[in-house]
Write a protein that binds this ligand. Structure first.
Ligand code: PLZ
Length: 447
């Protein structure tokens, strides 16, 4: 066992002060004085340690983690293999810049990505620092390959906070408000959203609705890339109707557009497969990854068909820190952990437990309009009973009640009315059950 961190922590919920405790409150005051106001925080507690399914704060409270730092620490915080490989690498060298003098760890991560992503065609990968940067690069590559400019995205999409990715992201507040002008040549079309689409609309029909707009308003010949999250993350874990993704991918194949799957939130075993596209046997041309790839260290990637990836001129891709050797070591440790612990299987199991428990909650609280998700990526959407009118206030109140009881849950959705669950895939069964019992109680308390 390495270090004194994550994996050795007692796997228990333990509240020894109110949330936040006095030490966290002191740090919150310093934070207000030192940190820019634009950065929000879901919980006002400061972290001392974390591992497995718990986060221990500076007051000694042990919280159940049902968020994984937004789908990042799927292998748990400070997972042994991540810590070991990072420690070994950090002592050997911390940075040379892959564009100056390369190193093997970068290759090993690209080889793993080329092996694990859908499709057995020849692939190439490029490593960058953040999800937004991966998405930006995917667009650059698709434009270079096709010689076209337009990018098609979907309602409720989230792709990042940089200038181009703000344009690609749907929701104004808080991501875009007052930050324009945004990048041009971005076109938004309707997503398949079974809860909110006309009754019985199939995936193929939802795709036809979107593609008709693309053909009339953009023109098939102008589309460089169609970019989509196979299950939307920040948008509220919207799972498109079966057939939607295959129809879009098929249209891209027919028209020469590059089909890009943004698997930054869904990737790396989260949904029960390595990548969410696999649930419908969709093979994207390009795929973006980040978050779960490196156990918490900053790393992201674009992976895809060799002929598309290699359409870019030498020197056209890069960045000082992209594929940092310490992050690459962490990624190799995370991937090794996912394979050795069979975390895809564990994600499916977690998904079954969460879905059945949340369905029970839904049965007794008519504010829950739907329970949905894939694998260990499950959400409930809250509406005013008997309608589809979003209920953000109750969603926020339930989340707050969970936080007060020491369970970290996140919200999502264009309307802020989705409660989402993304536990670390190594969370022990008893903690998952206890976390969900707290959620149940929170619904009862909020009424
Ligand atoms: N694409 C599908 O989920 C990041 C955003 C948190 P970065 N989602 C969490 C926040 O409020 O900033 C995300 C994603 C999908 C792209 C991104 C962007 O990844 O690593 O945050 O840039």
């Amino acid at each position: 066992m390495s270090g004194t961190g994550g994996p050795t922590l007692p796997q228990e919920r333990r509240l020894v002060t109110a949330i936040p405790g006095p030490r966290s409150q002191e740090l919150m005051a310093r934070r207000t004085a030192a940190v820019a106001r634009g950065l929000g925080s879901t919980l006002p507690v400061f972290v001392d340690r974390a591992g497995g399914g718990v986060i221990v704060d500076v007051d000694g409270n042990s919280l159940i983690d049902l968020g994984s730092g937004i789908a990042v620490v799927s292998v748990g915080n400070s997972a042994d293999a991540v810590v070991d490989r990072v420690q070994e690498q950090v002592a050997r060298f911390t940075h040379t810049c892959f564009m100056v003098t390369p190193y093997e760890g970068y290759l090993e991560v690209c080889e793993a990505l080329n092996r694990l992503t859908p499709g057995d065609h020849e692939k190439r990968s490029a490593l960058v620092n953040s999800g937004a940067e991966a998405v930006e690069n995917a667009v650059k590559i698709a434009r270079a390959y096709t010689g076209r400019q337009a990018v098609v995205v979907f309602d409720h999409a989230y792709h990042g906070r940089t200038n181009l990715t703000m344009a690609l992201t749907a929701k104004n507040m808080p991501y875009k408000h007052s930050f324009g002008p945004f990048a041009p040549e971005v076109y938004r079309v309707p997503m398949s959203y079974p809860l909110r689409d006309p009754d019985g609309m199939t995936g193929a029909e939802a795709a036809a609705r979107a593609l008709d707009l693309v053909e009339k308003q953009v023109g098939a010949d102008n589309v460089a890339a169609m970019l989509i999250e196979p299950v939307q993350g920040e948008g509220g874990f919207v799972v498109p109707a079966p057939g939607f993704l295959p129809a879009l991918a098929g249209w891209c194949l027919d028209t020469g557009a590059v089909f890009v799957a943004d698997e930054i939130q869904t990737g790396f075993a989260r949904t029960g497969e390595w990548f969410a596209c696999e649930h419908e046997a969709v093979v994207p041309d390009l795929l973006t990854t980040a978050k779960g790839i490196a156990g918490g260290l900053p790393l992201a990637a674009v992976t895809g068909r060799a002929e598309i990836m290699d359409a870019v001129h030498v020197g056209g891709l890069g960045g000082t820190y992209g594929g940092n050797p310490v992050s690459c070591a962490a990624a190799l440790g995370a991937i090794e952990t996912m394979e050795s612990l069979d975390l895809r299987r564990r994600a499916r199991r977690i998904g079954e437990v969460m879905t059945s428990q949340l369905r029970e909650i839904a049965a007794s609280h008519d504010v829950v309009a739907e329970v949905r998700g894939r694998g260990a990526m499950v959400a409930v959407e809250l509406t005013r009973p008997g309608s589809l009118s979003p209920d953000a206030a109750t969603t926020a109140a339930v989340a707050k009640a969970c936080h007060a009881e020491g369970v970290v849950v996140l919200t999502a959705g264009t309307d802020g009315n989705v409660l989402r669950f993304l536990p670390p895939l190594v969370i022990p069964d008893h903690l998952l059950a206890e976390g969900l019992a707290v959620v149940d109680k929170a619904f009862a308390t909020v009424g």
